[in-house]
Design a protein around this ligand. Structure first.
Ligand SMILES: Nc1ncnc2c1ncn2[C@@H]1O[C@H](COP(=O)(O)OP(=O)(O)OP(=O)(O)O)[C@@H](O)[C@H]1O
Ligand SMILES: [Mg+2]
Length: 295
């Protein structure tokens, strides 16, 4: 039994419904449709689904930014909108909007103060989280000069600065290059190792598969599949073997050997490296330190 199963869940949604009034004559759009799920403390949990399936709406309800039409939502046992629930949560919104005239460091300091951090510890904590997201060199540049991926990363630093127990990341890798995406995956696993709970949405399913313990798949606001990633992707009764330089003759012998034992060789294919692996092998090294100009 995994830790937390009998305790208070990090997030619990029960029969959540969200209707938006759209158009004239009170036409309603059901964005979230009787959604129930539990995220246990310490889990990395992926919320998946096509565009418009209700992921961001669900997140906004968890954060208390939207009122549900029906149903319940608790964060560490208290209603999502309550102040103590909000302080326990770090949030990276999708398409984050930040003040362009601030530097990255000023932005993270600003959020740190909102969350009650102050005193001598604050600058050190701000520098630490900026280092986690790889923006130390660019920290004193104005956000208006940041690339799309850099904006996502400073948003991530902002979400982590107050050391929240629950981190909610709405598409943290949108617009981030493969090296940056791998760095974000590593950071999420580091948060998990610290015992944090992470709820993440992403359309990068390979990344989700690599880092998430469980996933929920939504479609038109409804939960269509939920479970442990290992169980969903694992094919329990098959094995794949990789053999070096097998000749056609040896392959024939192998088939005969297997047939004699009541087994069939179902497929023979050359293993392929994943393109992201090749990309990372070639450009994954940190860039050489260079002098950053002022803002
Ligand atoms: N404020 C709003 N007013 C009206 N409709 C809304 C509002 N916010 C979301 N919706 C609708 O609710 C549905 C779910 O939207 P949501 O943003 O939650 O989807 P999503 O799963 O996050 O999609 P994406 O992958 O594109 O980010 C969509 O049909 C959307 O148009
Ligand atoms: Mg969304």
């Amino acid at each position: 039994m995994s830790a937390g199963l009998s305790g208070t869940p990090a997030i619990e949604l029960r029969g959540l419904v969200k209707d938006f009034a759209v158009g004239l004559r009170g036409v309603k759009l059901r964005a979230v449709d009787h959604l129930s799920l539990r995220v246990e403390p310490g889990q990395v949990y992926g919320l998946l689904g096509p565009n418009g399936s209700g992921k961001s709406t669900t997140i906004k309800i968890i954060l208390g930014l939207l009122e549900p039409t029906a149903g319940e939502c608790t964060v560490f046992g208290v209603p999502g909108g309550r102040v103590e629930a909000r302080l326990a949560v770090g949030y990276l919104p999708e398409s984050p909007y930040f003040y362009r005239h601030l530097t990255g460091r000023e932005l993270v300091q600003f959020y740190a103060r909102i969350c009650g951090l102050s005193g001598a510890l604050l600058p050190a904590r701000v520098a630490e989280v900026i280092g986690w997201v790889g923006l130390t060199e660019a920290a004193d540049r104005r956000i208006g000069t940041y690339s799309k991926g850099m904006l996502q990363r400073i948003g991530l630093a902002q979400a982590l600065v107050h050391d929240p127990r629950l981190v909610i990341l709405d598409e943290p890798t949108a617009g981030v290059d493969p090296v940056g995406a791998a760095a974000i995956s590593a950071l999420i696993l580091k948060l998990k190792a610290q015992g944090k709970t992470v709820l993440i949405t992403s359309h990068l399913l390979a990344q989700i598969e690599d880092i998430c313990d469980r996933v929920a798949i939504l479609d038109r606001g409804q939960l269509i599949l939920e479970g442990a990633v290992r169980e969903l992707v694992g094919v329990a009764d098959r094995q794949a073997l990789v053999v070096e330089q097998l000749s056609a003759e040896q392959l024939g012998e192998l088939r005969v050997w297997l047939a004699a034992r009541g087994r069939t060789l179902e497929s023979v294919e050359a293993p392929r490296a994943r393109l992201d692996r090749i990309f990372l092998d070639h450009v994954g090294r940190p860039a050489p330190a260079k002098k950053e100009g002022g803002p």
